[in-house]
Design a protein around this ligand. Structure first.
Ligand SMILES: C[S@@+](CC[C@H](N)C(=O)[O-])C[C@H]1O[C@@H](n2cnc3c(N)ncnc32)[C@H](O)[C@@H]1O
Length: 294
């Protein structure tokens, strides 16, 4: 089933779809459902605008110390930011004393991240790496892998998702932790998102709206004050599916937060954040687990 602009709560008016030719969506953008396409989507013009889209101060304020506390509580020191983007989390974590390696599949994004780091007095250690082959390009083991800013939803098939999670798992020390977030696509798909909702990390003058949604595609439109428009095609990850594939690749305990809070039952959160622990505790040493298996 397909629906256009359902999430904006206005099913009668079908928006005119403007396609920026530089992003390579072609004549029928909703047919573009490929993992590799992210490389074309983050074109130079869009990357330059990304920091306009993401107001760093506002984002820092909204997130507060959530990620820092999650990492510090688990004793993490070495962190691999696998979706560095323009460097927001890498810089923030460096400023908190973490030892960070910043990876991303997009060289444009990494160049921007490096530049942003320099401007704030940091030299980012950047590595260009696609998640599906992460350990080919990134060496060493980390206490934490972070994949934030709705990045994991760029993967369009189950196989790529499992392979990427397996690569994240392998990059972690035996007791490491993966922190991965994504939009609340369940709410979008099930029509529970309120019209005109603003997304937490957007700058004041930038509109980011879901333009099209079905079970295989969430297409977002980003409009800037200079009238330029860019799009991202993403896969609408459901929360329970994401948790289940994390478990299946070997993560032992997964805690899911809604919008940086521990409970998310009363309100519909904008984002889900999964904190997945690798540490294995044998059921022989954990009587509660033995009981459920018996
Ligand atoms: C939505 S941006 C988020 C960037 C940053 N984490 C933030 O929150 O601002 C997604 C990032 O994931 C990267 N990405 C998408 N698919 C990837 C893949 N298969 N391998 C590596 N990086 C990927 C993109 O290049 C982009 O920088």
């Amino acid at each position: 089933m397909t629906s256009v602009n359902r999430a904006a709560g206005d099913t009668a008016r079908e928006p005119e779809i403007f396609v920026n030719p530089a992003q390579g969506f072609g004549k029928d953008p909703v047919k573009v459902r490929r993992t590799d396409h992210y490389e074309q989507e983050y074109v130079e013009g869009f990357v330059d605008k990304w920091d306009e889209l993401i107001d760093w101060d506002r984002r820092a304020e909204t997130e507060g110390r959530f990620f820092i506390d999650v990492l510090k509580q688990r004793g993490a020191k070495r962190v691999l930011d696998v979706a560095a983007g323009t460097g927001f989390h890498s810089v923030r974590l460096m400023e908190e004393g973490f030892d960070v390696v910043s990876a991303d599949g997009s060289p444009e994004m990494l160049a921007k991240a490096f530049e942003n780091g320099r401007r704030r007095g940091h030299i980012l250690r950047t590595v260009q790496a696609d998640w599906r082959w992460l350990n080919r390009d990134v060496h060493g083991r980390f206490d934490a892998v972070i994949c934030l800013g709705n990045s994991f939803t760029h993967l369009f098939n189950d196989h790529d998702r499992r392979k990427s999670l397996a690569e994240f798992y392998a990059a972690l020390r035996h007791d490491g932790v993966l922190v991965l977030d994504h939009r609340n696509y369940d709410a979008l798909l099930d029509g529970r998102t309120k019209a005109g909702r603003r997304y937490y990390y957007c700058g004041e003058d930038v509109a980011a709206e879901p333009e099209y949604i079905d079970e295989g595609l969430a297409r977002f439109r980003y409009s800037f004050p200079d009238k330029s428009v860019f799009h991202l095609n993403m896969f609408p990850l459901r929360k329970d599916y994401t948790r289940s594939i994390m478990q299946q690749v070997g993560f032992q305990e997964i805690e899911t937060f809604g919008d940086f809070h521990e409970t998310h039952r009363e309100q519909e959160p904008d984002f889900f954040i999964h904190v997945a622990e690798k540490a294995y505790h044998s059921p022989e040493n954990d009587p509660s687990k033995e009981k459920t298996e018996a």
